[in-house]
Design a protein around this ligand. Structure first.
Ligand SMILES: C[S@@+](CC[C@H](N)C(=O)[O-])C[C@H]1O[C@@H](n2cnc3c(N)ncnc32)[C@H](O)[C@@H]1O
Length: 225
């Protein structure tokens, strides 16, 4: 059985694409991914490619599974790591395919790169993704509980519904100090990368780009602070 490949492509720079990802893509017959993922493999893709968008997602995932069932080597590219706010869950949620038919190749998550750039040891940090409507009450409550427990937070905001500005306002409303240290890491690994050290109070009135990670320091005793 040929398994469906879901391959992590790293946070955006070609320097962070793993050699194994390139090998799998160069052996593929069909490659599907967001434009920014496909662009990382320009010379390595000798086959059919499809640009994945929010609109054609279901249709293309169905095509990927059907083609894979016919024996084709199909690769779905997922930015960062497929298992963190990535396409692994999306593909499994279609219920068209089971995990036993999938081969996941890890990629370097934007979370890992942010932690490295901030000199943050993240084994005790709490990770959240609020990406694309994932900001439900339960997760917001967990966010508060993690901060109260003294844990650092690394999170992917939702640019529309729960952007850094709204997250900061939510935490201020919950009683956290406006002096709390916050890092906003935008366009990580890209030519316009920007890492800003700020505070909860300042972030609550600032706008940031859609490609960003928010890091909230529970205590200012480690990392580049
Ligand atoms: C669908 S999630 C993908 C996360 C990915 N699976 C990972 O492990 O890095 C997309 C969100 O990740 C964050 N993101 C992805 N790439 C980024 C980058 N280069 N710089 C900053 N944030 C990024 C943004 O918050 C973006 O909205």
């Amino acid at each position: 059985m040929v398994k469906l490949d879901i391959v992590g492509t790293g946070p955006g720079s070609v320097d962070y694409v793993m050699p194994l990802a390139r090998k799998i893509v160069s052996d593929a017959q069909i490659v599907i991914g967001a434009q920014r993922s496909l662009d990382l493999f320009n010379k390595d893709i000798p086959c059919e490619t499809y640009v994945l968008t929010a609109k054609n997602l279901n249709e293309l995932l169905k095509y990927a599974v059907e083609s894979n069932r016919k024996g084709k080597a199909v690769v779905i590219l997922s930015t960062g790591d497929p298992g963190f706010s990535g396409l692994l869950k999306t593909v499994l949620n279609t219920r068209l395919i089971t995990l036993s038919e999938i081969n996941v190749t890890p990629g370097i998550s934007v979370i890992q790169v942010c932690a490295a750039k901030l000199g943050l040891s993240w084994d005790d940090a709490c990770l959240f993704t609020f990406h694309q409507g994932n900001a439900d009450v339960l997760k917001k409550t967990e966010l508060i509980a993690c901060l109260k427990a003294g844990k650092d937070i690394m999170l992917l905001p939702d640019a529309k519904a729960f952007a850094p500005k709204q997250i900061a306002a939510y935490l201020l409303d919950a009683g956290f100090s406006s002096d709390m240290v916050v890092f906003i890491c935008e366009n990580v690994t890209l030519s316009d990368e920007r890492i800003v050290k700020s505070s909860l109070g300042s972030v609550s009135v600032l706008e940031f780009g859609t490609l960003c990670v928010m890091v909230i320091k529970a205590k200012c005793n480690s990392g580049n602070v």
